[in-house]
Design a protein around this ligand. Sequence first.
Ligand SMILES: NC(=O)c1ccc[n+]([C@@H]2O[C@H](COP(=O)([O-])OP(=O)(O)OC[C@H]3O[C@@H](n4cnc5c(N)ncnc54)[C@H](OP(=O)(O)O)[C@@H]3O)[C@@H](O)[C@H]2O)c1
Length: 216
Amino acid sequence: MFKKVGVVGSGIVGQTLANGFVGHGYAVMIGTNTPAKRDELNSKTNEKVSVGSFEETARFGEIVVLAVKGTAAEAALKAAGLANLAGKTVIDTTNPIADAPPVNGVLQYFTSQNDSLMERLQALAPQARLVKSFSCIGHAFMVNPDFKGLRPTMFICGNDEGAKAEVKAILDLFGFEVADMGRVEGARAIEPLCILWCIPGFLANSWTHAFKLLKG
Ligand SMILES: NC(=O)c1ccc[n+]([C@@H]2O[C@H](COP(=O)([O-])OP(=O)(O)OC[C@H]3O[C@@H](n4cnc5c(N)ncnc54)[C@H](OP(=O)(O)O)[C@@H]3O)[C@@H](O)[C@H]2O)c1
């Protein structure tokens, strides 16, 4: 029996993953704290996803997805309610993109190299079982990516092995191979992959690629 998924975040990533989980048989709620977006979310998910607040969505989810703007991620976790996340697998899709423009196509981050947004979120919600995932690929390729038969690699990390196993099974279902980069500090390497992924987009309007880890 599939678990219930609460997707905290109403942007394109939240919508894409909410629809993706529905397509794979899960019951899904998507969360926004902007009531004016509720009608739009109903139509973007063909009424197959229920819509709630961040708090209602975190409570609904047996698995929770965090898909909010990086600068708002800590506030969003608090709004979702730390008690509602305790013991749950929380799929962290966020990147710490600063409110400053890219420099020659290179995104600016508000974290430094020996820090990551995921570590801040895990420290804020120590009882949540965070797993970094979906952060290093564009939303168009997050569900059933089609690269002519090749499975793209999704880099993940997190402190809880059980939560990572749960996310690995989801990624397998969604069409990825998984590269486990260890504990939460692995996010210091995974989050910047978004910077790399976006450079061809900003410089040459090329957004249709994915990472693949080759192993000898
Ligand atoms: N776009 C991509 O292809 C892509 C790929 C990989 C990873 N990511 C990462 O995924 C996350 C979501 O990206 P996105 O493109 O879907 O949309 P986004 O615009 O980065 O995030 C939208 C969500 O952030 C919330 N939000 C924005 N400002 C807020 C604030 N001040 N306080 C509380 N909540 C706030 C919004 O809340 P409301 O619902 O209340 O409006 C909404 O739910 C980001 O961290 C991004 O870096 C994006």
